[in-house]
Design a protein around this ligand. Structure first.
Ligand code: NDP
Length: 278
């Protein structure tokens, strides 16, 4: 039997991960199978046990299980430990489990390597304080950014993040009017998933020449996300969505599992060109 990998989430039908990993496997001549598991909201641990029992070698973990995965796994990488969320699970030959978080490195590789963003002296605003945001904060703090503010609908969750990372300021989404403009605004809320609009961001939030980055991605034939539309309407110098991050975080997981680094550029380009729904 080929080595088994999968992404687990709920919902999961929209996931591009099976397509991305099948392409990586083909590109790097790795013999593996990669599926999608609709996780049981009441028994994530049972789903993981079941996958291991059928010979599973690794899992990608997505909404809403990243924090449950962190609680389930005692053996975690330093970046997963800091994030408080796990998106990559490695199953060793002897059944031991190791948890990692590749969201932060995936985001940084897309923003810096694929798009050329420079963090030096930049003020950064991160919207959201869930699993994805928690993966991003430690990675952002490895850069030489000037200032990082986390704003969340539930301010207590942003404050928790600020308590863990001394260099981070926290506020509620409704408190942004009082702040100086930002050079990079990142949407790490899930509001676009249900097409609810973010509470209106004050126009002055985005500095002249500032960039916006939405972790959510949309196929080319659908309208841009509400947040990307906000960026365009407010003169953002670059408006980026999360497709590149999705591929880059997957590539890092693939490398952790297989010890081979896939070439991400053609995979991002191919997915960008495809007009089917995700
Ligand atoms: P979580 O469920 O852990 O967190 C959701 C976050 O969104 C919380 O901060 C929550 O605020 C906020 N939120 C939800 N609804 C609203 C709303 N209507 N208005 C304002 N804030 C809202 O999700 P994740 O952090 O795991 O994922 C966040 C998004 O990032 C998802 O859309 C996911 O698909 C995307 N993502 C993309 C990746 C990529 O590779 N491109 C990788 C990882 C995630 P509160 O705390 O108040 O509930």
């Amino acid at each position: 039997m080929l080595d088994q990998y999968a992404v687990i989430g709920n919902p999961i039908a929209h996931s591009l991960s099976p397509r991305i990993h099948a392409t990586f496997a083909h590109q790097t001549h790795q013999a593996l199978e990669y599926g999608a598991i609709l996780g049981n909201l009441d028994d994530f641990a049972g789903d993981v046990r079941g996958f291991i029992a059928m010979g599973g070698r690794g899992l990608n973990v997505t909404v809403p299980f990243k924090e449950q995965a962190w609680q389930l796994l005692a053996d975690r990488s330093p970046r997963a430990e800091l994030a408080g969320a796990i998106n990559t699970l490695i199953i060793h030959d002897d059944g031991r489990l190791h948890g990692d978080n590749t969201d932060g490195i995936g985001f940084m590789r897309d923003l810096i390597d694929n798009h050329g963003f420079q963090f030096t002296n930049r003020r950064v605003l991160l919207l959201g304080a869930g699993g994805a945001a928690r993966g991003l904060v430690p990675a952002l703090l490895t850069s030489d950014l000037a200032h990082l503010t986390v704003a969340n609908r539930t301010v207590a969750r942003a404050q928790q993040l600020a308590e863990t990372h001394a260099a981070v300021d926290a506020c509620a989404l409704t408190e942004l009017t009082a702040l100086q403009p930002f050079d990079l605004i990142i949407n790490a809320t899930s509001s676009g998933l249900t097409d609810q609009h973010l509470p209106s961001l004050p126009a002055h939030c985005l500095a002249a020449g500032g960039w916006v980055y939405d972790l959510i991605y949309r196929p080319a034939h659908l309208p841009a996300t509400p947040f990307c539309r906000w960026g365009t309407a407010h003169g953002a110098a670059r408006v980026l969505d999360g497709l590149g991050m999705l591929v880059e975080q997957a590539a890092e997981a693939f490398w952790l599992w297989r010890g081979v680094r896939p070439n991400t550029a053609p995979v991002i380009a191919a997915l960008r060109d495809q007009n089917d729904a995700v």
